[in-house]
Write a protein that binds this ligand. Structure first.
Ligand code: SIN
Length: 189
């Protein structure tokens, strides 16, 4: 599958007939909302876990030296805390461009952290069949990779450190992210 997913997302899933759509963010979408939204609410998605297994050719790395960014991996017993945004369909022109490096969006259920009610919305996931996928590595290896990567959106370390900070603000303990963070902080010192 090509790593540029803009057309695939727009063809598979036109949204113009909807007034608004909820989007669940679990990576940079948590801390970098560079788009207009109607409201946002902390949420949890079940059956998925956050992993730094996706390569970034366009934001935190380059095609020859990709960075490592978050995707979701299916894990039936797991859940993942993030931030959901209610947006108008027009915002997906920007979001599809931002998430074009291997991420496909699909509708799924997630629940609000505060009252446990479920809602249906979109989530972008970069699966193992996309060309930019890097796959599993130890947290020490991931930290070493992130420490030397940089792309048009800035250093890869900034992505990881901002995400860890945002997760603490949400009181979300993510052992994978926090283990990479502590390895990375030691390397950056
Ligand atoms: C997301 O944040 O939901 C998608 C992955 C990313 O852009 O970091």
């Amino acid at each position: 599958m090509s790593h540029n997913t803009i057309e695939q997302n727009q063809q598979a899933q036109p949204l113009d007939h909807l007034d608004s759509v909820w989007l669940f963010g679990y990576g940079s979408l948590i801390y970098k909302a560079d788009f207009p939204y109607l409201q946002r609410r902390p949420a949890r998605i079940h059956g998925w876990e956050r992993r730094f297994w996706q390569g970034s050719h366009d934001h935190r790395g380059t095609p020859v030296s990709p960075g490592r960014v978050a995707t979701l991996i299916e894990a039936p017993e797991a859940n993942c805390i993030g931030m959901a945004y209610e947006v108008t369909p027009a915002v997906f022109a920007h979001l599809d461009h931002r998430e074009k490096n291997g991420y496909l969006r699909f509708f799924t259920e997630f629940e609000w952290l505060d009252d446990g009610q479920s809602v249906e919305g979109l989530v972008y996931v970069a699966g193992p069949d996309n060309e930019a996928y890097l796959g599993a590595a130890t947290e020490a290896e991931i930290a070493a990779h992130i420490a030397h990567s940089e792309g048009p959106s800035g250093p890869n370390s900034e992505y990881l450190l901002k995400l860890a900070e945002a997760l603490r603000e949400l009181e979300a303990h993510d052992a994978h992210v926090f283990a990479i963070e502590s390895e990375l902080r030691a390397l950056l010192e």
